[in-house]
Design a protein around this ligand. Structure first.
Ligand SMILES: [Zn+2]
Length: 215
């Protein structure tokens, strides 16, 4: 019964949001592609493709930053951040930069050491990523209607749509190679009132406390 209610909530909120934002993003990319090819020839295709790649990477980075800030706000210190193949690991007060080409290039992840585990803290930590995407989308959307030249406004439009679309997709309950989306974590939280928390021993932190991971 409870699973049915949760399924209904996701179907009525996340699903339409994903459909609408994905359609809008495809429309924006298609429109920009056509406009750029008309303006610049084949180079226009390269321009729109690379514009999308850069926007997507920026949207993932902002999403993970949202989790870091949201986690920090509820007392959960981030200790690992991944944006595509790029990683940052906290060692004491320092962040160590890394590169793992074998990790999923289109996703990101934040791992935070858990402090107090109230459900509201979980919700803030999980929602901060998608929220950061929606805020970035709104700011970039504002630039689109600002009196600026054509190209910066196109870039802002692409960034706005990519960011909003990523925020919506991250709320879909998904699991990929053992990594869990914010949507799946939220689903588990609604279903069980808590999350299966990870306790991981790490070489550099043998007494590592329980941690939470979200995409
Ligand atoms: Zn996330």
């Amino acid at each position: 019964m409870r699973a049915c209610a949760i399924w209904l909530v996701f179907s009525l909120t996340v699903a339409p949001m994903v459909l609408v934002t994905t359609a809008a993003m495809v429309g924006v990319i298609g429109g920009l592609g056509v406009a750029f090819v008309r303006l610049y020839g084949p180079l226009g295709l390269l321009l729109s493709a690379s514009g999308f790649a850069v926007s997507y990477a920026a949207a993932v980075a902002v999403h993970e930053m949202g989790h870091v800030v949201g986690g920090g706000a509820v007392g959960w210190r981030a200790r690992f951040v991944r944006v595509g193949p790029v990683t940052w690991t906290r060692r004491g007060d320092r962040w160590r930069f890394g590169w793992n080409r074998r990790s999923n290039w289109i996703t990101g992840k934040v791992e935070a050491a858990l402090g107090p585990r109230d459900p509201w803290r979980l919700v803030i930590f999980l929602m901060a990523g998608p929220a950061a995407n929606f805020v970035l989308g709104a700011v970039a959307g504002g630039i689109v209607i600002a009196p600026l030249p054509f190209l910066p406004r196109c870039a802002a439009g692409l960034l706005a749509m990519t960011s909003i679309c990523l925020g919506a997709w991250s709320l879909v309950p998904l699991r990929e190679r053992g990594e869990v989306s914010d949507g799946l974590n939220l689903w588990r939280l609604l279903a069980h009132g808590t999350l299966p928390l990870t306790v991981k021993k790490m070489a550099f932190a043998p007494a590592a406390p329980a941690s939470i991971r979200s995409g």
